[in-house]
Design a protein around this ligand. Structure first.
Ligand SMILES: [Zn+2]
Length: 218
């Protein structure tokens, strides 16, 4: 009699660790393999995860349910009983068992320059200069020298010219009005802004979970 489900263990054995011959993802468009959207079993959005982490969830039988058509196919080792090569189809959205999130419902995304510039759409929020043509900096709307804090609500992307022109003044004092009001991105917004290769299924799911107050246009 055949042992029960030997496939996951074999797949894990080949997928675990650095991508080696025969174990790399074999079905995705050119470019980096997509990241997978991890949910807890209640459908709450957790984070992006690598295909290696996703494969581990499948192999440990820790996938509660999935959404979307498989976006990756992993080939593992050969099953010693059937002689067939194991195949693991990875879904773009994966809910894991035993991952109930007990923390605050909407954690503050880490404030990095990359995340800040993405929030401000790679534009200087004073003159509108395109950050792809000029270097951007992190400007504190209320300068730190005046007690301004290094938080999402008090920082904007600014070109070097505007940042030095504004100096240690507030926008009012400098006569430099902001083009938009800085805000703290929700966790879902953060996930959208932090991944340039979001699959259609993932984007539809994330957009449905955006806060009502603002949805990206277009
Ligand atoms: Zn500027």
């Amino acid at each position: 009699m055949e042992p029960a489900t030997p496939l996951p263990a074999l797949a894990l054995a080949r997928v675990d660790g650095a991508p080696a011959r025969g174990s790399a993802p074999s079905r995705f468009p050119a470019g980096p393999p997509p990241r997978l959207l991890a949910l807890d079993a209640h459908g709450r959005i957790l984070n992006w995860m690598s295909w290696q982490d996703a494969a581990c969830l499948y192999a440990r039988d820790a996938v509660a349910w999935t959404l979307g058509e498989p976006c990756l196919v992993l080939h593992g080792g050969v099953n010693r009983w059937t002689g067939r090569r194991s195949v693991l189809e990875i879904a773009p959205i994966i809910a894991a068992r035993g991952h109930a999130r007990s923390r605050i419902p909407d954690p503050t995304p880490p404030l990095t320059n990359a995340a800040l510039f993405a929030r401000d759409q790679w534009l200087c929020l004073y003159c509108g200069a395109d950050g792809r043509r000029t270097a951007l900096t992190r400007d504190h709307v209320v300068p730190t020298s005046k007690g301004g804090r290094d938080v999402w609500e008090n920082v904007v992307a600014a070109c070097i010219h505007c940042n030095s022109k504004k100096g240690g003044r507030t926008p009012q004092q400098a006569g430099m009005p902001l083009l938009a009001v800085p805000f703290r991105p929700s966790w879902v917004e953060h996930l959208i802004l932090s991944n340039r290769h979001i699959l259609a299924d993932q984007m539809a799911f994330l957009k449905a979970h955006l806060p009502k107050r603002q949805r990206p246009s277009g």
